[in-house]
Design a protein around this ligand. Structure first.
Ligand SMILES: [Zn+2]
Length: 459
């Protein structure tokens, strides 16, 4: 499905490999390496040449003066955020790259933004003198005849584009491939025919597919057709004992023409989400999860469970917020104060259901990746990924499984096999920590230094 030339072309277009200035060698000596495959191994000497790890061996002898002393430190792979919108808030766009790196996020998957804008972001990142996180983008949300993110209001910036018919479906997918997109993102308002046509065209072009389950379909039918699913969206309906009657009601609302776009989408979720969760059926859900064993889930628990974990209540919130431009800080503080009652006392049913479902997914062998929806829902770029890791552990994943969700699972979406571990041949995207993240997942925040493509990020 994914050809070699495609990955190479994507990397060239993406500037995803920052070309090393030379064959500079960096040695991190006497460090404990930590990754999701081997766990924690103390007393290692890690040698980086260019943008690769070339050697990982036992430390013998004292640390040399020109080596980085890793004594008492922990070296883990750079983190991925699998669900980001660079263009959602114009005041944040240009600050995102440095914020991601500051928090150890070295790779970002942008899951929806206007194509020309994303191309511009990629160009700016490639031209910076300082290191940049790698960026993979989908271009706009490929939506239905009507578009949810149509630019009609502050909460719905123009992230989407209409795909009313099958002819447009093929043209749009080709346009994304030619415009440098690394994958496509299918959105909720598409019809079944348009969905299947976009899947067909993306497969022909070797583009991976991310999707919200369309309102016109169910998760067990649409999910296996795509490579990743976002927010656990619409799985609550598929897992309900009365899913057929809920789906019939949904279809009649969709075709009635009474509402379109954002209102239609939001009203349907408001009307059906909690009844669907109340009608949860274990056997039905086991059938659904069985169908999703080949589809990476990006549950965005941070967002789904925002009522369970108000980001502003965390002890390190002020540090995170302080890294944002002043205008954004002011705006967010006002919005959080206004929303506090809702954030802290809202209906937590969906959040708790999301945590339970992720545990079931893990047990059923469904792959899980970490994504945040940054900057939506007060998600500070980079910082919010650590909150997502916390929530994955709260759902029941081990710390090692949570680490896998941000290091080894994401590259598989793109078919990359040379990253996510501390081993020879792997990309040198690395985070040096003061404490062991396998002991406590909040230790991923205790960052001392970050390396991307073999280059240390300036402190
Ligand atoms: Zn999103």
């Amino acid at each position: 499905m994914r050809t070699g030339w495609f990955v190479v072309a994507t990397c060239l277009l993406a500037g995803c490999v920052t070309p090393p200035d030379n064959d500079a060698v960096t040695v991190i000596a006497n460090v404990t390496v930590v990754d999701a495959v081997q766990g924690a191994v103390p007393g290692r000497r890690v040698v980086v040449r260019g943008d690769r790890i070339v050697e990982v061996g036992a430390q013998s002898g004292p640390v040399a003066a020109d080596e980085t002393d890793g004594s008492g430190r922990f070296l883990m792979p750079g983190l991925w955020d699998m669900h980001v919108h660079y263009l959602y808030d114009a005041d944040l766009t240009e600050h995102m790259a440095d914020l991601f790196l500051r928090w150890g996020v070295t790779s970002v998957r942008d899951t929806g933004g206007e194509l020309a804008g994303m191309q511009r972001v990629r160009r700016v990142l490639a031209e910076r003198r300082q290191p940049s996180p790698r960026l993979y983008f989908s271009g706009p949300l490929l939506d239905g005849k009507h578009v949810v993110y149509d630019g009609g209001r502050a909460a719905t910036p123009p992230l989407g584009t209409p795909v009313p018919d099958e002819r447009t479906a093929r043209a749009r997918v080709r346009e994304m491939a030619e415009g440098g997109a690394s994958f496509i993102k299918i959105y909720e308002m598409v019809s079944v025919d348009v969905f299947l046509t976009m899947v067909d065209e993306a497969r022909a072009l070797g583009l991976p597919i991310a999707a919200h389950i369309p309102l016109s379909m169910t998760a067990d039918v649409a999910g296996p057709e795509v490579d990743s699913m976002e927010h656990l969206r619409n799985i609550e309906l598929a897992c309900a004992g009365n899913w057929q009657s809920l789906h019939l009601a949904r279809m009649s609302h969709l075709t009635s023409g009474a509402e379109t776009g954002y209102e239609l989408r939001s009203d349907l979720h408001r009307a059906q989400r909690l009844p669907a969760i109340a009608a949860y059926d274990e056997v039905q859900c086991a059938h659904v999860l069985e169908k999703l064993r080949g589809t990476l889930q990006v549950p965005t628990l941070r967002l789904n469970g925002i009522g369970l974990q108000n980001p502003a209540d965390r002890t390190d919130w002020n540090i995170a917020l302080g890294g944002l431009p002043r205008a954004v800080q002011t705006r967010w503080l006002g919005a959080i104060a206004a929303a506090r009652a809702g954030l802290n006392q809202g209906n937590d049913t969906f959040g708790r259901w999301s945590l339970d479902l992720v545990a079931r997914m893990r047990d059923a062998g469904v792959p899980i990746a970490a994504g945040t929806d940054t900057p939506i829902g007060f998600a500070v770029p980079g910082y919010s990924l650590h909150n997502e890791l916390d929530m994955l552990v709260r759902a029941g994943l081990t710390t090692q499984q949570a680490l896998a969700a941000a290091t080894t699972a994401p590259p598989r979406f793109f078919g990359f096999t040379d990253e996510g571990q501390i081993a020879p041949g792997m990309r040198a995207d690395l985070v040096l920590l003061e404490a062991n993240p396998l002991e406590d997942i909040t230790h991923t925040r205790r960052i001392e230094r970050v390396m991307v493509g073999g280059r240390w990020v300036p402190r």
